[in-house]
Design a binder for this molecule. Sequence first.
Ligand SMILES: [Zn+2]
Length: 323
Amino acid sequence: MNGTTGFEQRRSGRVVVADIGGSFIRFGVSDAPGSVRQVDSVPTPIGSWEEFVEALKLLAGRHARESDWPMVISMAGAIEPVDGVICSSNIPSVTGRRLGPELTSHLGREVRIANDAACVALAEAVEGAGVGHDVVFCAVLGSGVGGGLVMDGRLAGGPSGISGEWGHGMPVSAYVDVDGDGSAQPIAPLRCGCGRMGCVDTIGGARGIERLNDLLHGEQKDSRVIIDEWQNGSRPARRTVTAYIALVSEPLAAVVNITGASVVPICGGLSNAAPLIDALDSAVRKRTLWKVRERLVVPGMLRRDGGLIGAAIIARHPQRTKI
Ligand SMILES: [Zn+2]
């Protein structure tokens, strides 16, 4: 299959999309631009490559009979720029595979793989909270941290397709004013799953806010409980959330300064906590180099469908990304 068939010609008609997470494969179809619907869902075979391929074959057989309907898959993982091999920490069955070409061969249709945070960012930029903005940085605050950068409607993919990744390689501050009285308290950098120390990912997601609470108060609580207690005026929860907002807003403001983003949609589980996003917006705007008078950090609009919508946009407009 060469670069002028399938994706390059696909502007109308049906495209097939999948959003693959560590628990479920959500399968969808789009029959027209701006419209995508989930039609099926099966558990993700995370331990077996053969079962992973069979699951996709089954879904394609049910909902995508025509082999000229291209498929774009949104999933967590980094694709090596040199050899195209994917590394996905939550779906080990695909790690080490040249996933796009191998699935293209097994399924008999063109299959393209896109990073899930990139799909969500593209969806928010084109159809969600970023509409009308030239530069959109979408931050995913789920169990961990991800992100994607969209400029002039195109995903800034970079060689590995994850150029909006701010969760790793950018350390958070080692000190934070948890009581709001000007006294900085040291926060020991936590080891990150990527092997580095103190990445934004260690404290920026739901697991991160739980780690911070444990670090400050020696209490292991669910992030939703911590946020509820913060809203109810609990002092320990207030200290935890104060630390969280301070630590996350600094690197997020740095991202805004570097990219010139005029809107930052927040997706992932923590985006459901509206007061937390409000507090983050206020803190980020205090730290940006230029005065941002309007709302900058906002809840994403597409919620759990961002992956499928972003994959459908890529299927119809492959020039929006190089992934
Ligand atoms: Zn890391």
